[in-house]
Design a protein around this ligand. Structure first.
Ligand SMILES: Cc1ncc(COP(=O)(O)O)c(C=O)c1O
Length: 472
């Protein structure tokens, strides 16, 4: 059971009551104020629970009105609080902390215009190329069909070494590369290998929630440091001696989009040296830069301190779960051992298929094509926003990546879930930024808009419809 009084426990409680018919479709739910008093928690905690219920389609909130149970509320999966033959008391501290977090659910297909960030368009995937490469890997003659090396397939590590040098200017040995099950496993390995419960980790504010979740589930304490247009504000770095690790997105701060300036890079690496700590560089969308020159990775500023993470989730597809780490030499062996204990190694055929795409140049051609396609989507989105919302919004983080942040100038953050629910009823998915913040300060309502999974020709219609349904 999640701890009483957490957003997660309130979310589960309400969800169970909706599923059990205590509240019927169309029924009004108690106000956030009433629930906050009932549970003895802040309204922010209750709001976080509501936001989750809204984003999963259980609850709808029209702008300015009370929350009601949605007409088509889904049937929930039974809350995972019981194990057959065991009580919840048997859960580890790790599992209990995981249960306290708000879940991060994949999207559903029921929206006409979904600006969900993280998905890519199915038609963009190079199906034929991938099928050919995968088939070649499957039918290749090999001496044995057994377990592989935990660091990954040697051909992929070799191919990635060349790719990283050509595309990102990173010179490393293939032995420093560990192939992972997406960036997510790379983050998990960093936490397992470098953190103990109670350790402190510097994170960005706002931050990639899936990274923060890895650290706090392991029992570490996150120290959020504010970001601006130049990324992490290094004049606010905390006491280095109390920190074991830092997590940053220097090429395109997630979600605000700032690029960490040269001076700040130097300060961050110096801080890590003073702390005798490592910095994780999550280079999740380094392939997508539009009007500006590519930004060299932080890795180049401190090879012994920086752990570089890359992924193909944005260039090919998140379904492949293929990512990689570039490690300082001293960390290779411990990481390889942790990786082997976790899952032995990643899927071999898929790794070999990716290696062959990289070796033949097909991967880089595909990346160039994706950059063109997404540049068209980005222009369509920005033009449509300019024509409709105009100065009612401020859009940041536009020069790179596959998402932007849209701030609604005259609306407060507490309106975010109402706006998202109104949009959802009209078949449009928009996603509040608040869950990416660790601190609950007053600010404008903001949304992370992803545009990589929508057909370019539909984007303007989606934006126009959004404008017509939101009362701004
Ligand atoms: C900041 C950030 N890092 C990494 C990823 C990719 O994660 P993965 O490689 O686990 O699919 C994403 C995907 O949305 C992201 O936003």
């Amino acid at each position: 059971m999640p701890k009483a009084g957490t957003a997660r426990s309130i979310y589960l409680g309400l969800r169970e009551q909706i599923a059990g018919g205590v509240y019927l479709p169309g029924d009004r739910l108690p106000s956030t104020r009433t629930l906050a008093e009932e549970f003895g928690v802040s309204r922010t905690t209750v709001t976080a629970a509501f936001e989750q219920l809204i984003s999963e389609g259980y609850v709808s909130v029209r702008q300015g009105a009370k929350a009601t149970v949605a007409r088509n509320a889904p049937n929930p999966i039974a809350p995972p609080t019981q194990r057959p033959g065991g009580s919840v008391k048997t859960l580890s501290a790790y599992a209990m902390r995981a249960m306290d977090l708000l879940p991060h659910l994949p999207g559903t297909a029921d929206l006409k215009y979904d600006f969900r960030y993280g998905d890519v368009a199915p038609d963009d995937f190079p199906k034929l190329l991938w099928r050919k490469a995968l088939t070649a890997a499957v039918i290749a003659r090999r001496a044995r069909l057994g377990y592989g090396h935990p660091a990954g397939s040697p051909v992929l590590r070799q191919a990635l070494q060349g790719y990283l040098w050509r595309a990102r200017g990173i010179r490393c040995q293939a032995e420093q590369i560990v192939v992972t099950n997406g960036s997510q496993q790379a983050l998990d390995l960093c936490a397992r290998a470098l953190l103990n419960p109670g350790d402190r980790v510097l994170i960005e504010e706002p931050c990639y929630a899936m990274a923060r979740n890895v650290f706090v589930t392991l029992g570490a304490q996150a120290t959020p440091v504010a970001c601006d247009d130049d990324g992490l504000k290094t004049d606010r770095l905390p006491d280095p001696l109390s920190h074991a690790l830092a997590f940053v997105t220097p090429s395109h701060q997630f979600p605000l989009g700032g690029v960490l300036s040269v001076g700040r890079r130097r300060q961050l690496v110096e801080w890590a040296e003073a702390a005798d700590a490592h910095v994780i560089e999550d280079d999740y969308d380094g392939e997508y830069r539009y009007d500006v020159r590519p930004i060299p990775p932080l890795y180049l500023s401190g090879r012994d301190r920086v752990i570089y993470i890359g992924t193909v989730s944005k260039t090919l597809s998140p379904t492949l779960r293929l990512g990689y780490l570039v490690l300082p030499e001293a960390l290779v062996e411990p990481f390889v051992r942790c990786k082997q204990i976790t899952d032995r190694h990643g899927a071999t055929f898929e790794q070999e298929a990716l290696a062959s795409l990289i070796e033949t140049g097909a991967y880089e051609r595909h990346v160039r094509k994706m950059r063109r396609l997404n540049s068209v989507r980005r222009t369509a989105f920005l033009d449509a926003m300019q024509q409709t919302f105009s100065d009612k919004v401020e859009i940041v983080g536009t020069s790179a990546g596959l998402h932007v942040v849209v701030w609604f100038n005259s609306i407060g953050r507490r309106e975010e879930s109402g706006l998202a629910a109104t949009a959802r009823e009209a078949g449009i998915g928009i996603y509040p930024i608040s869950r990416l913040f660790s601190c609950d300060t007053e600010r404008r309502a903001g949304f992370v808009f992803g545009y990589a999974s929508i057909e370019a020709r539909k984007i303007a219609d989606g934006v126009k419809l959004l404008y017509s349904v939101l009362t701004l």
